[in-house]
Write a protein that binds this ligand. Structure first.
Ligand code: SF4
Ligand code: SF4
Length: 382
């Protein structure tokens, strides 16, 4: 076991570079994974900075480059960045809401060498799709799906699943099949960022999850060979934590719009840690030498119950952000774990969702849409 631990402690190169080009977004999703304080980080990297980041990432060994946001199509230099990433030899993908994609831009991105596009939908119904994003974007997304097919990109769709759309999983899969999707990710909500703010509205019941999983399994058989379906397990209901981004500082390197380098999207929330900025340090220095990236590598940082747990190499103690959000202790076992002394917090949240579902009782607090005003207000409150 000691041999395995030492391999896990020694960082290899980051394989996946995620360029979060901007936090600007025309949508206002209630489960958005961008940090709640995104409005405080408005100074975006320049094109020249991003081109340097792409080069340094490839020199370090990264093989996949994702362009996301916010909405990455809001950056006018997206085509230039994609072309450079492709020239450097990355496999490139664009993670988009579809807003801003025209036939002309799709053709330009294809010419730049973009390998694939992941299009997000909020629901199979116009009513819920447009409610959750607080925009009228459902029809536009249907048109964008056609543009993606017309360019010959594999159709990859992503739908975040939660209490407000989980009963539509059957129809969501049917819609993806009608649109010609080759992959559909049904991503059960992880309760970070805006999803944490809106958790009482979004957390489904155990029965809802079981039904959604059964529906997905039935479709999986029916669509075998035509469409791949991923049902990303919801950790609040599992009792078993997952490795966060495959292990802190092991695979994934996230660059936020202002140039802050992070081991995961939300690590910036953790107190007592500082993360370097690509304006001030090279990616090599950041990845191998920065205290932030080394802080939770491997298993040496753990305390009990993780330190003495037989599963410590399997899940590496779970998610640090979830541990902090629920227990206020960055070194604690992820509270979704049934061995965590804070697991009751997760159980109470699930029990509350069950109780309110049985009583037909809505959450006491209003739902909060992700926008600049809410971001500034929540940041001040917190
Ligand atoms: S989750 Fe919604 S609001 Fe957040 S970046 Fe994606 S499309 Fe925009
Ligand atoms: S105690 Fe820690 S290492 Fe063990 S299963 Fe739970 S989170 Fe994972």
């Amino acid at each position: 076991m000691a041999g395995l631990a030492s391999v896990l402690d020694r960082p290899g190169p980051p394989l996946w570079l995620l360029a979060e080009l901007t936090y600007r977004c025309p949508l206002h999703c209630v489960f958005c994974y961008n940090p709640v304080d995104f409005a405080r980080h408005e100074q975006e990297l320049s094109t020249a900075d991003w081109l340097r980041v792409l080069r340094e990432g490839r020199e370090l060994g990264a093989v996949q480059c994702g362009f996301s946001g916010g909405e990455p199509l809001l950056r006018d230099d997206l085509e230039e960045l994609v072309a450079e990433a492709r020239r450097l030899g990355y496999y490139t993908n664009l993670l988009t809401s579809g807003v801003g994609l025209t036939a002309a831009r799709a053709a330009a991105l294809k010419a730049a060498g973009l390998d694939h596009v992941q299009l997000s939908f909020q629901d199979s119904t116009k009513e819920i799709n447009d409610f959750l994003s607080h925009t009228r974007t459902y029809d536009l997304k249907q048109r964008v799906a056609k543009m993606i097919r017309d360019q010959g990109w594999p159709m990859v769709m992503n739908v975040v699943i939660h209490r407000l759309n989980i009963e539509h999983v059957d129809r969501i899969i049917a819609m993806a099949a009608e649109l010609g999707a080759e992959y559909l990710e049904l991503a059960n909500t992880q309760y970070y960022s805006w999803a944490e703010v809106n958790r009482a509205h979004l957390l489904p019941t155990h029965d809802q999850l079981k039904r959604a999983e059964a529906v997905t399994d039935a479709w999986r058989e029916r669509l075998a060979g035509k469409m791949k379906l991923f049902f990303v397990a919801p950790d609040y209901h599992e009792g078993q934590p997952k490795r966060c981004v495959n292990g802190w500082g092991s695979t994934f390197l996230n660059i936020a719009p202002d140039g802050t380098a992070l081991p995961c999207h939300t690590a910036g929330m953790l107190p007592g840690l500082s993360f370097p900025n690509v304006r001030e340090a090279s990616l090599r220095e950041i990845w191998f030498d920065s205290p932030g990236f080394n802080r939770f590598r491997g298993t040496g940082w753990m305390k009990d119950p993780c330190r003495s747990c037989e599963h410590r190499e399997r899940d590496l103690g779970g998610c640090r952000c979830q541990a902090y959000m629920l227990s206020k202790d960055v070194d604690a076992a992820d509270p979704v774990c049934s061995k965590s002394p804070h697991h009751h917090l997760v159980q109470e949240a699930v029990a509350d969702a069950e109780r309110r579902a049985a009583a037909g009782e809505p959450p006491a607090q209003p739902i909060v849409f992700r926008d600049r005003a809410s971001s500034l207000k929540l940041t001040t409150c917190r």
